[in-house]
Design a binder for this molecule. Structure first.
Ligand SMILES: [Zn+2]
Length: 707
């Protein structure tokens, strides 16, 4: 098959790709579905309607299957299931006898109905892999003609697929396999819902050994409410064979607000769908109201089957939209309320793969983050924010007083009535020493938000049901964020907490932890009203003034510079902010309310350094802004060529890329001798880029063509 897979964006492990072929004039967006071509299906009128749907991939399980004329110009996956041996005891060839341009051929072998034991399974797989390598070596011409191939791993009969993990890893290490693999199908891996977690482990442990630009396919007994989970962990294609076949057995996929299941419908009462297939079923029912067991009537099963596939398509479209918006993690949290095995699988991901997900979690987004259950405490967006605050952000070095405030429903917090009052009180009480006060906001589940970061995703985007009741886990997690922040402050700083309820409990828990074992103790005061806050602040200021304690840091930053510094440090890493600011910098409010310009002031004039987008809290660098970060290796991409045309940099042009960068991250582009070239943003995560063989990796925004 002649096609290219372009990753368009990634969020966590999930991704949107384009599968296209110039020669065939085809373009498919993934994630999407695979629909089987069989004589049995093709004869239905509804199948032709389905096949006209544009964004589908088809498959045949028999290479001799006749392809209907209207499907001749679609992407088709062809499974060559072979089990036969010739009279010389050699395996029959896996390779196709004739080659079609629009087909991707899969090496696949039907496994015996059950595996007797682990050794047998291992032996069976070893033989399968050896046979593939032997075929590739024996038929280089055919391999060249088919333009890459797929592999099917038949896993439905293995109790614990991890017993073949090392065999698979060895197999993928063959250069002939690694270089030419286009797609991998995990068949039956998710059939057993009892062993879901084990099977997820197998996939996630094996996945890093594949090139990133292969198509990951899930097939077998998979129901639409699992799709979001599978796509979340990195699958691109879902095989609809099960969904269609279930329909032909009279199993109806049902989707309601609170429930999703697939089963036989006992009566028309349960039937609540308005799709065109269902309206056909209900029409027939209402024509013959005297014969109620409609759903056991085989002639109607095709309508059920196509209803099922329609529901599957709707679900995939919804998932695609959620990836685009950056909200798949919260969508999955809602979905996992439908089923216990999904719920435990999501918990398992959070527990076992937390760090791996965080490394690829992109925070450059502007989407709502509804926190609806305790799963949200460990949502990767939430965790990434918390860790980045602790790792990258330092309190203002001039802080003498740190004020802890509760969050508000209205975001950003300073727009709320309560925060407007807090700030008025603080300014009035501290007057010229206002610059020595830091404000941090306590909240759950994102922990602690320094005032400077209140517009940054997800601080201005999360939403919780405010009941005032905090559970034990929330208290512990929030207290931990407070502890980590206070540890960054000197003991001489006075902590003033204007908190109540759970907020106050979390703060007190943090103070207990902090002051438990040290000789030096932090001094904290809890206040309960604006008057109380005002009085406490005035008294503290007076005391500091008599002690002559206000001494400003030599590199004193203005309040605006402090904001720019904290936001840039959060985004690029500690130290980036000061480099960006240079001698001095400020925000310039633009006519467009969406962003503020960051303008640098030097003796030789003004510099446009970048734009700060208020709806995501993200800085987009200008050419001069990028230049200031050119030695800041945490956000750089080094090219091996100066030969760049257009606005895209492709994988072969990359020499080095900073670790742990995410899709959407702002990067500084350097030439082969580390010379500064310009700025852009990453299309994929740095982990992914390392494992890509080809494809676009950086979108260039401002570029100097080099010398
Ligand atoms: Zn329907």
């Amino acid at each position: 098959m002649v096609f290219r897979l372009d990753i368009l964006m990634e969020d966590g492990f999930s991704r949107l790709c384009n599968l296209s072929s110039k020669q065939l004039g085809l373009k498919i967006r993934t994630p999407t579905a695979i629909v089987p071509i069989t004589d049995f299906l093709v004869e239905h009128q509804a199948y032709q309607t389905l096949a006209q749907g544009e964004n589908l991939i088809f498959k045949v399980t028999n290479p001799d299957q006749e392809i209907p004329a209207e499907l001749k110009n679609h992407f088709i996956l062809c499974n060559l299931d072979t089990n036969y041996y010739t009279s010389e005891h050699l395996p029959e060839s896996y390779l196709p006898k004739t080659i079609s341009e629009n087909m991707c051929y899969f090496f696949s072998k039907q496994c015996p109905s059950t595996f007797l034991n682990d050794e047998f399974a291992q032996e069976w797989y070893k033989v399968f892999f050896d046979e593939i390598v032997a075929e590739i070596n024996a038929h280089p011409k055919v391999i060249q003609d088919i333009n890459g191939f797929g592999i099917t791993l038949n896993l439905n009969n293995i109790k614990d697929p991890q017993i073949i993990l090392s065999l698979c890893i060895q197999f993928l290490a063959h250069p002939q396999i690694y270089d030419q693999l286009l797609a991998v199908e995990f068949r039956g891996l998710f059939d057993s819902k009892m062993d879901y977690v084990t099977n997820v482990d197998f996939f996630l442990k094996l996945k890093p050994y594949f090139p990133a630009d292969v198509l990951f396919i899930a097939s077998g007994n998979i129901k639409p409410y699992e799709y979001s989970f599978l796509i979340y962990i990195g699958f691109d294609l879902i095989d609809f064979t099960y969904l269609l076949h279930a329909g032909f057995s009279g199993l109806y996929y049902h989707h309601e607000e609170e429930m999703e299941w697939i089963r036989k419908l006992p009566s028309i009462d349960d039937f609540a769908c308005s799709c065109k297939y269902c309206s056909k079923i209900s029409d027939i029912f209402f024509e013959h109201p005297s014969s109620p067991p409609v759903f056991d009537d085989p002639p109607l099963f095709s309508a059920i089957a196509f209803h099922n596939s329609q529901m599957g398509m709707i679900e995939i479209a919804r998932i695609r939209k959620n990836i685009q918006q950056g909200s798949l993690s919260t969508y999955l949290e809602r979905k996992s309320q439908f089923s216990l095995f999904l719920l435990s699988a999501v918990r398992h991901l959070q527990k076992q793969y937390g760090t791996a997900f965080l490394e690829v979690q992109n925070l450059n987004k502007n989407t709502l983050l509804p926190c609806t259950s305790s799963l949200s405490y460990h949502n990767p967006n939430v965790e990434k924010f918390k860790r980045t605050v602790i790792r990258n952000v330092e309190p203002n070095p001039n802080t003498k007083i740190c004020i802890f405030l509760p969050c508000s429903m209205v975001k950003p917090y300073s727009k709320s009535k309560s925060h407007r009052n807090f700030r008025k009180t603080i300014r009035n009480a501290t007057k010229r020493w206002y610059k020595c006060v830091s404000e941090v906001i306590i909240t759950s589940p994102i922990g602690l938000v320094p005032r400077e970061l209140e517009e940054v995703f997800p601080a201005a985007h999360y939403d919780i049901s405010v009941t005032g009741d905090w559970d034990a886990e929330e208290l512990t997690l929030t207290a931990e964020s407070i502890v980590q922040w206070i540890k960054k402050l000197p003991f001489s700083v006075i902590l003033i907490a204007f908190l109540h309820g759970g907020y106050q409990q979390a703060f007190e828990l943090a103070m207990q932890k902090l002051n438990q074992h040290t000789a030096d103790k932090f001094n904290f005061i809890i206040v309960n009203s604006n008057e109380d806050l005002d009085r406490t602040l005035q008294e503290t200021i007076k005391r500091f003034e008599t002690q002559n304690a206000f001494k400003l840091d030599e590199d004193f930053l203005t309040l605006e510079e402090q904001s720019i510094k904290v936001i840039a440090d959060f985004q690029f890493g500690l130290g980036a902010g000061k480099r960006l600011i240079g001698s001095s910098a400020r925000f310039l409010v633009s006519r467009n309310e969406l962003y503020k310009s960051i303008v640098g002031n030097e003796s030789y004039g003004k510099l446009q350094l970048g734009r700060y987008f208020r709806n995501s809290g993200h800085i987009q660098l200008n050419y001069q802004g990028g230049e200031r970060l050119k030695d800041f290796t945490e956000c750089s991409v080094v090219l091996n060529t100066l030969d760049i045309t257009g606005t895209t940099i492709f994988k072969p042009g990359i020499d080095h890329i900073a670790e742990k960068l995410c899709a959407g991250d702002e990067v500084v582009i350097l030439g082969p001798n580390k010379q500064y070239l310009g700025v852009g943003s990453l299309i994929a995560n740095s982990n992914t880029i390392l494992k890509m063989r080809r494809g676009a990796v950086v979108k260039v925004r401002k570029m100097n063509k080099g010398d």
